[in-house]
Design a binder for this molecule. Structure first.
Ligand SMILES: Cc1cc2nc3c(=O)[nH]c(=O)nc-3n(C[C@H](O)[C@H](O)[C@H](O)COP(=O)(O)O)c2cc1C
Length: 205
């Protein structure tokens, strides 16, 4: 939607730390779009490939790549949603569970970020955090390309039968359903936390 993403740097290439005022301006105003407002067109194949390439440029202790993607789109997404829908009535709050499914059915494309845990010396917590970073990176990259994006979990990220339908394996967890598309309404600023109220400076006792 907004042109090409620069190619990936060569391995070992110097990547200078430098001020990028445009990124600061973007971060100062970024917002998720409502999943319900996302419609076609979503990212093209080439744009999606670029988004995923950007998404994995996250901190990753041990270089384990403890995450993977499942793409939901087109008729396969419709088929997935139909299977998930059969599970909604057995949720604790069926009305709410069914309503939540509209976020799954409306957007044209979804990237499911699946957090993996690779046994070894790197704590599981750190591997899960890296998966969250992948989600956030997508949430930043997609709007920079002109697409609305929303990070959702909802009940089908946790229901064991829904996880089986998605193909989530032992040791894996859904980090997020990242819904992408063209937004039909522009988001408005929401309430933000008082940073000073949650910030202290440690001093020696
Ligand atoms: C891990 C995670 C899971 C979320 N799951 C949901 C969800 O299931 N349903 C929902 O309405 N919002 C959910 N949200 C919140 C949405 O992403 C929400 O649109 C977002 O907080 C808006 O804030 P922003 O505009 O600053 O990005 C979730 C957020 C996170 C970080």
């Amino acid at each position: 939607m907004t042109g090409s993403v620069p190619p990936a740097p060569e391995f070992g290439e110097t990547l200078p730390v430098q001020a990028v005022p445009e990124v600061l301006a973007y971060l100062a105003r970024r917002r998720s779009a409502s999943a319900m407002a996302l419609t076609a067109p979503g990212p093209s194949d080439a744009e999606l490939a670029d988004l995923l390439r950007l998404a994995v440029r996250v901190p990753d202790h041990g270089k384990l790549a403890p995450w993977r993607f499942v793409i939901l789109r087109g008729p396969a997404k419709d088929a997935f949603a139909a299977k998930i829908t059969t599970l909604a009535d057995s949720q604790a709050n069926p009305a709410k569970a069914n309503a939540a499914l509209r976020k799954l059915t409306r957007p044209p494309i979804c990237v499911v970020v699946i957090s993996r845990h690779i046994p070894g010396e790197i704590p599981e917590w750190e591997q899960r955090q890296s998966a969250s970073a992948v989600c956030q990176q997508l949430l930043l990259a997609a709007p920079a390309m002109g697409y609305g994006a929303n990070w959702i979990t909802d009940w089908y990220s946790y229901d064991p039968r829904a996880l089986e339908i998605l193909g989530v394996e032992a040791g894996e967890q859904v980090a997020g359903y990242l819904y992408l598309g063209t937004t039909t309404e522009q988001p408005q600023e929401r309430v933000r936390p008082d940073v000073a109220a949650i910030t202290t400076e440690w001093t020696p006792g």
